[in-house]
Design a protein around this ligand. Structure first.
Ligand code: PLP
Length: 486
């Protein structure tokens, strides 16, 4: 009897302590979830009043939180308090209308809600059977998007062609995937004509090419893929021309190398320049070189008929990629990639057929579906056009002030400019801007010169923000020039 009572008490205590350890039940999740939606909406609604660039030193956070994870559970209130105390001071407010650095990181309410649903469903779509809706919606959304861009039918899955689209996490992954697929194809091709040659020997002779203005991820893909990569010089518009690539290919072939991959950029990171793919494409096709197009930022603009000519020549490409998570109102991460021949991509991995590096895949196409349906193509086009117009306004203001110069053609939402004068002067201007934290810009190097990049990034950026930014820049410049001359 005593033993029975003891066991009962024990079990009871254990169950009770288990129950008390339910960190958050559905009822509390409902309440906290609604509060979190309010928190995010308040944050985004009032974001422009915050200092866009944080005023903290490297390592600021470590001393603000314990050095080990808590042994016992803490309350949600305490966690949330620390979001305000610890996290917010160290946030760069990418969604602020005063944020003009890098390229945009897209965000919209429909995409945020779709992301929440994706987290809630928590399914991992690595095969069709692992979650059929996940695989099927992704295929259809990439076809929708491909049609919005007027991609050649070859790239679409729901046609007679052999192509199709897939969502990768980032443009860097897409470039790596394309390079690995091209490498596999090149090895097979050489092996067929020369079966004695080892795979290692062939790979040691493979050469990839990309613009000197290309994103660093292309060079990294070459490193990871274990192939040589050469940078192609650009013309006065920072564009790669066929003539230059042709010479390099001829030189390399004469030296016993095997040119196999060219990564073209449409919308380079420093200045949004466009490689001439209408002339590069036929060259690559004739030389059996896989042409991949990285249009990470600019790709979103191709949904507007007036910007679609920038994509002319895509018909020569083997693969094409851009980031809806940059400029198409779809929150990170969502990078859209298409291939003309899906077996090239899937066959690049000798184990199971896969379209990408990770096995696990989130249900990211939900974000595309929500955004496409709630904005419509016309809403998305209007959004792109507004950013381009704001960039043009900024360019006009820069041009009117004789102390400044424009450093690259303004095609989309990026303006490259600088104060006429030394790099030091421009560096000092940017340093002061960053120190004050009212607007945020980052620099680039163009032909060795220090240049400021003004990108229209925010979903809520209006004309007044662009005008205020310019006033701020000119006031700081006047002070700086006065100091400089005194
Ligand atoms: N390619 C270009 C032209 C870019 O501008 C960028 C980033 O700005 C990237 C690639 C890298 O994009 P991701 O972060 O998606 O890898």
């Amino acid at each position: 009897m005593t033993v029975f009572v003891c066991v009962c008490v024990c079990v009871c205590v254990c169950v009770c302590s288990l129950n008390s350890r339910v960190t958050m039940d559905a009822a509390e999740f409902r309440r906290r979830g609604k509060e979190m939606v309010d928190f995010v909406a308040d944050y985004l609604e009032n974001i422009e009043h915050r200092r866009v660039y944080p005023d903290v030193e490297p390592g600021y956070l470590r001393s603000m939180i314990p050095s080990e994870a808590p042994l016992e559970p803490e309350s949600y209130e305490d966690v949330l308090k620390d979001v305000d105390r610890v996290i917010m001071p160290g946030i760069t407010h990418w969604q602020s209308p005063h944020f003009h650095a890098y390229f945009p990181s897209a965000s919209s309410y429909p995409a945020l809600l779709a992301d929440m649903l994706c987290g809630g469903l928590g399914c991992i779509g690595f095969t069709w059977a692992a979650s059929p809706a996940c695989t099927e919606l992704e295929t259809v959304m990439l076809d929708w998007l491909g049609k919005m861009l007027q991609l050649p039918e070859d790239f679409l899955a729901g046609t007679k062609g052999q192509g199709g689209g897939v969502i990768q996490g980032t443009a860097s992954e897409a470039t790596l995937m394309a390079l690995l697929a091209a490498r596999c194809k090149a090895v097979k091709c050489v092996h067929e004509s020369d079966p004695q040659r080892s795979e290692a020997d062939i790979i040691s002779k493979l050469i990839a090419y990309t613009s000197e203005e290309a994103h660093s991820s292309v060079e990294r893909a070459g490193l990871i893929g274990g192939v040589g990569i050469r940078m192609v010089a650009t013309d006065e518009h920072f564009s790669v021309r066929a003539e230059t690539l042709e010479k390099m290919v001829a030189e390399d072939k004469a030296a016993g190398f095997i040119p196999f991959f060219f990564c073209a950029t449409l919308g380079t990171t420093p200045s949004c320049a466009f490689d001439k793919i209408t002339e590069l494409g036929p060259l690559c096709n004739a030389e059996n070189i896989w042409m991949h197009i990285d249009a990470a930022y600019a790709g979103s603009s191709f949904i507007c008929p007036e910007f679609r000519p920038l994509l002319d020549g895509v018909e020569f490409a083997d693969s094409f990629n851009f980031n809806p998570h940059k400029w198409l109102l779809v929150n990170f991460d969502c990078s859209a990639m298409w291939v003309k021949k899906r077996t090239d991509l899937i066959g690049a991995f000798k184990l199971d057929p896969h379209w990408g590096i990770p096995l696990g895949r989130r249900f990211r196409s939900l974000k595309l579906w929500f955004v496409f349906r709630m904005y419509g193509q016309s809403g998305l086009q209007a959004y792109i056009r507004k950013h381009v117009e704001l960039a043009k306004v900024f360019e006009t203001m820069v041009k009117k002030d004789k102390r400044f110069e424009i450093c690259a053609e303004v095609v989309l939402g990026l303006v490259c400019f600088r104060l006429k004068g030394s790099d030091e002067l421009n560096e000092a201007l940017l340093k002061e801007m960053t120190h004050l934290g009212r607007i945020h810009l980052v620099p680039c190097k163009l032909r060795g010169r220090f240049v400021l990049r003004f990108a229209v990034c925010g979903r809520t950026t209006e004309l007044r923000h662009v005008q205020e930014a310019w006033t701020h820049i000119t006031e700081l410049s006047s002070e700086l020039l006065l100091k400089h001359h005194s």
